[in-house]
Write a protein that binds this ligand. Structure first.
Ligand code: ADP
Ligand code: MG
Length: 360
């Protein structure tokens, strides 16, 4: 009987996972170095130690019936250590290994016939100049590892932009910019019993590289929605991944391009907390403990709006109601551009919800 869940990481995804766990009779321990990690407010216990601290990892293993992670940059030696202690970490390190590196993840899915944006590897300024000649404009340079919320990315629209980029020797990817019609994501889940299911697609709108809004149902043809869900399932099965996997796609005409993936709950599926019969956190836990995976149903149209640090005054002035669900992550510092919470607007008229979110 699984009762205690160990989580590597202590951000908002861990917090919401702990909230779900608390409401469903589980206990949780997070391993997260930061003393004021927001998940500490919801976890039963918080080990404020480094991810590779062997004593802390041992304590986590002793405590937990099952261990999972809430972000992709957990060092792989932590997973090795947990596996050596024969603790139960069903997702293993493979999903982390793949998703920690932008070129590796694109090559991994391309191997199974999934189309990605055109890209080249870049090491320094010289190879950037060469790569740009092949890829053309507009293109986007990203660090291969560690980037999130549009950070460590440079848009290149002309020769002048290249001159302004100052990069140290390292691992970068230069991608062709896709002038997409729509950006969507799919949260697909695969259980330890190989059952696979996915959430309705979210249509995503980014501002300054950060997810701003997710609209569900995505305003695309049903046949296209099905095609993308099938690609997401094909990816999770082919890569033999267990647990939740958030996959981002660009749609251009009939073409579907894989952008990136993350083996954890995904910001764009937070709508499931208020608009589905099962949330992504529920299916995350079910998938790693071997419960039957239900197909989550959308109960109502929904628009999820992210709350950033600069929205502090506005969010405290907003009233929660049956159709305006406010989630605040209890992070201590309200920094500009930092994700602090989200709102789920629910109701029958999707366009009205979009306008409500826009006028926040
Ligand atoms: P992050 O890890 O920061 O989410 P992404 O690769 O998803 O990195 O980039 C953030 C956003 O920037 C994307 O959601 C998309 O809006 C835009 N973007 C990134 N790469 C491309 C691309 N090749 N073509 C068009 N837009 C892109
Ligand atoms: Mg992204």
């Amino acid at each position: 009987m699984i009762k205690k869940i160990g989580i590597l990481g202590g951000g908002q995804l861990a917090k919401m996972l702990c909230d779900f766990a608390n409401n469903n009779g589980y206990e949780t321990m997070i391993l997260e170095p930061s003393e004021d990690a927001c998940a500490k407010h919801s976890a039963t216990r918080h080990l404020a130690k480094a991810y590779d601290d062997k004593e802390a990892l041992k304590e986590l293993c002793d405590y937990s019936d099952v261990i999972t992670y809430e972000f992709e940059n957990v060092p792989s030696i932590a997973i090795d250590f947990i596996e050596n202690l024969k603790a139960n970490i069903p997702q293993g390190k493979n999903p982390l290994y793949l998703s920690q590196h932008r070129i590796r993840e694109k090559n991994a899915v391309a191997k199974y016939g999934v189309k990605t944006t055109d890209f080249l590897e870049v090491r320094n300024k010289e190879s950037l100049i060469k790569a740009t000649k092949k890829i053309g404009y507009p293109s986007i340079l990203k660090t291969c590892t560690g980037g999130y919320d549009g950070k460590s990315q440079w848009k290149i629209t002309n020769k002048n932009d290249i001159e302004l980029i100052n990069i140290e020797y390292g691992e970068y990817i230069l991608e062709k910019m896709v002038s997409f019609d729509k950006e969507v994501s799919c949260l697909v889940v695969r259980s330890i019993n190989q059952e696979v299911t996915c959430f309705p697609l979210g249509e995503n709108i980014h501002k300054n590289g950060i997810l701003s809004m997710t609209i569900v149902p995505a305003r695309i043809e049903q046949s296209l929605e099905k095609k993308i869900k099938d690609i997401a399932k094909h990816i999770i099965i082919s890569l033999n991944i267990v647990g939740p996997l958030g996959i981002e796609f660009f749609i251009k005409g009939d073409e579907i391009y894989f952008n990136e993936m993350a083996p954890r709950p995904h910001n764009s599926a937070h709508y499931s907390l208020d608009a589905c019969d099962y949330s992504q956190f529920s299916l995350h836990i079910k998938s790693i403990i071997g419960d039957t995976l239900p197909t989550p149903n959308l109960l109502t149209p929904v628009v999820m709006l992210n709350i950033l640090g600069e929205d502090k005054e506005k969010i405290y002035a907003l009233k929660e109601s049956d159709d305006t669900k406010i989630h605040i992550y209890k992070k201590t510092e309200w920094k500009k551009g930092r994700k602090m919470g989200h709102i789920n607007y629910i109701g029958s008229d999707l366009e009205k919800l979009i306008n409500l979110a826009r006028s926040f």
